[in-house]
Design a protein around this ligand. Structure first.
Ligand SMILES: CC(C)(COP(=O)(O)OP(=O)(O)OC[C@H]1O[C@@H](n2cnc3c(N)ncnc32)[C@H](O)[C@@H]1OP(=O)(O)O)[C@@H](O)C(=O)NCCC(=O)NCCS
Length: 158
């Protein structure tokens, strides 16, 4: 990795770059996106708050991580959810993803984040191998059981 590609913390002024990369992420995988401009507007507010931060690599940026932060009663500090991690296809397998995770772990400790959570699709075995190589596990250490992620999108009654 080139020296000026080292991961760095984004600030609110980086919202357009973060939004552009998140839009590229969804476009690559055929997932709906409200568009880079709308994402950028939302991120300008979110990145200025304590509830979310982003990490960028490259100038112009070619990789991004987005982390939302929340309290959790089982930890003295807080828990970070790695909402998104994306490296542009032309720059994959150069170690950027691992470098971003390493940066994330260092930064998290400085802002009292005690654990990082990640949701990965069952079929995405490449991402599973990548996360496991970087210290993550889908097995609950206390019970040795696989953890599942449940969700439900809520809509107001029509
Ligand atoms: C997963 C991802 C962030 C890794 O970034 P990276 O800079 O390529 O990571 P590194 O160079 O540190 O490590 C490369 C490893 O990532 C794995 N990887 C995971 N998903 C991959 C993908 N879609 N394309 C290429 N490599 C991928 C590679 O298999 C490689 O491991 P291997 O050498 O055992 O094959 C990147 O591949 C990516 O953006 N993928 C698409 C988005 C994605 O799947 N994000 C995670 C969603 S949970």
């Amino acid at each position: 990795m080139k020296r000026n590609d080292a991961p760095r913390l984004a600030d609110a002024a980086d919202a357009p770059e973060v939004g552009r990369l998140l839009h590229d992420f969804n476009t690559e995988f055929g997932t709906p996106s409200p568009g880079a401009v709308v994402l950028s507007e939302r991120l300008a507010t979110l990145l200025a708050s304590e509830s979310m931060f982003a990490i960028l690599a490259g100038s112009p940026a070619f990789a991004v991580a987005l982390v939302s932060v929340r309290p959790n009663v089982w930890y003295a500090g807080r828990v970070g959810l790695l909402d998104e991690l994306f490296v542009h296809p032309s720059r994959r397998s150069e170690g950027t993803g691992a470098a971003i995770l390493e940066f994330l772990h260092g930064h998290a400790l400085t802002v009292s984040i005690d654990a990082i959570e990640i949701n990965v699709d069952e079929g995405d075995v490449d991402a599973q191998r990548f996360y496991e190589r970087n210290g993550y596990s889908s097995i609950e250490p206390d019970t040795n059981e696989r953890a599942f992620y449940y969700f439900q999108e809520l809509r107001p009654p029509s």
